[in-house]
Design a protein around this ligand. Structure first.
Ligand code: MRU
Length: 363
């Protein structure tokens, strides 16, 4: 996707072909800065501090983190230690575990001398595959937007958090159908949930949509139910950090409330994700680990002051405790359909297995 007209992915190799560069998402939308990752430990910090975030991009960064680890120590023990360190950085997005295991699966059978080159090749392959998956999600999801178009007024799509190209290597998951629909010249408008406490919607989704000239409006998280009741939302599309084998969808905190409101108002509620987000080892969403982040993310907000500086201010009284569960799980019964790179399926075990028959009996 493009920033000020220049095409970017969210992660790429530096000119030396060894170090890794990413966009610092903690500074958006106010500053566009690129960070360089030179060690596996730096890749781990980039994930845990959310310089990079979003399930597919977390996986891609972990894959390049393994390549950086191979440069430092390509022994079995060195690679396994780095993999464990990376996997501990964020608990909910299963793409992280998937990517580390994918790279380890390629490297461990190889002689040590071949491992560094193979690690970089595998990380690049994972990134290219993510781009292709997200582009396919866009094509399948755009058909759902097309079906919702009545031929006159723009289709109103509500999305939560940032599941756009910033959350993947390119295109996005929930936003990929929106970008594809725009390319099809379907008129649409996006309601962007601000997504407290870290405001990925207000900061990142709004920035992306602005860059691409997609009509949108940022709303307080609590506005979605009212907009659905008053007929102002035609469909919802969200991403996911982990989907259980029964079709339960774990995503950014607040997604469940939007699914409840959509269900009550007969608004279709879609979840979009690549295959790497499906956890075939977990039977039900209740078993998905939910990340608890720092309470300070609730107690403080950061924004730009009139003189252009970033400032962080407290919004809760001193002494009031806060809590910060970062994800919730939407039961499959509230999800109208799941969109993956292979197509659209019911949110159920059988629905998923219909798209991925090779997983039947595998878990
Ligand atoms: O905490 P974050 O910003 O990493 O959470 C991101 C989300 O919840 C996204 O919706 C999800 O990762 C899907 S990304 C394509």
């Amino acid at each position: 996707m493009k920033i000020d007209g220049v095409p970017y992915r969210t992660i790429w190799l530096a000119e030396d072909g060894l170090e890794v560069e990413v966009i610092d998402q903690t500074l958006l939308p106010h500053h566009f800065e690129i960070r360089r990752l030179t060690t596996a430990a730096e890749a781990g910090v980039a994930i845990s501090t959310m310089i990079v975030r979003g399930a597919p991009l977390i996986g891609a960064t972990a894959a390049y983190g393994m390549a950086l680890a191979a440069r430092e120590d390509a022994s079995d023990e060195g690679l396994k230690t780095a993999g464990a360190m990376l996997m501990a950085t964020r608990p909910t997005a299963v793409n992280l575990r998937w990517a580390v295991q994918q790279v380890l699966g390629v490297l461990l059978p190889l002689p040590g001398a071949q491992r560094v080159r193979a690690a970089y090749a595998e990380a690049a392959r994972i990134c290219d595959e993510d781009v292709a998956s997200c582009a396919a999600i866009g094509r399948h999801g755009a058909e759902l937007i097309k079906q919702a178009y009545n031929g006159t007024s723009p289709v109103n799509v509500l999305t939560h958090c940032n599941a756009g190209w910033l959350a993947t290597v390119d295109w996005g998951t929930a936003l990929a159908p929106i970008y594809a629909a725009v390319e099809m010249r379907l008129p649409l408008h996006v309601w962007v949930d601000e997504t407290r406490p870290r405001s990925q919607g207000a900061a990142l989704t709004a920035w992306e949509l602005n860059q691409h000239g997609v009509p949108h409006t940022v709303i307080a998280d609590n506005a979605g139910g009212h907009l659905m009741q008053t007929g102002k939302v035609d469909l919802c599309i969200v991403g996911s950090d982990r989907v259980a084998a029964n079709g339960d969808v774990c995503n950014k905190i607040g997604t469940y409330l939007k699914a409840l409101a959509a269900h009550d108002n007969g608004v279709p509620f879609y979840a979009a994700m690549p295959f790497s987000t499906i956890d075939w080892t977990l039977a039900r969403g209740e078993d998905i680990p939910i990340e608890e982040r720092s309470a300070d993310e609730v107690a403080f907000v950061t924004g730009k002051t009139a003189d252009g500086q970033l400032a962080t201010v407290r919004v809760t009284p001193e002494g009031s405790p806060s809590a910060n569960p970062a994800f919730d799980t939407t039961p499959a019964r509230l999800v109208s359909a799941i969109i993956t790179e292979r197509g659209v399926c019911p949110a159920s075990g059988e629905g998923l297995l219909g798209l991925y028959p090779e997983q039947r009996g595998a878990a």
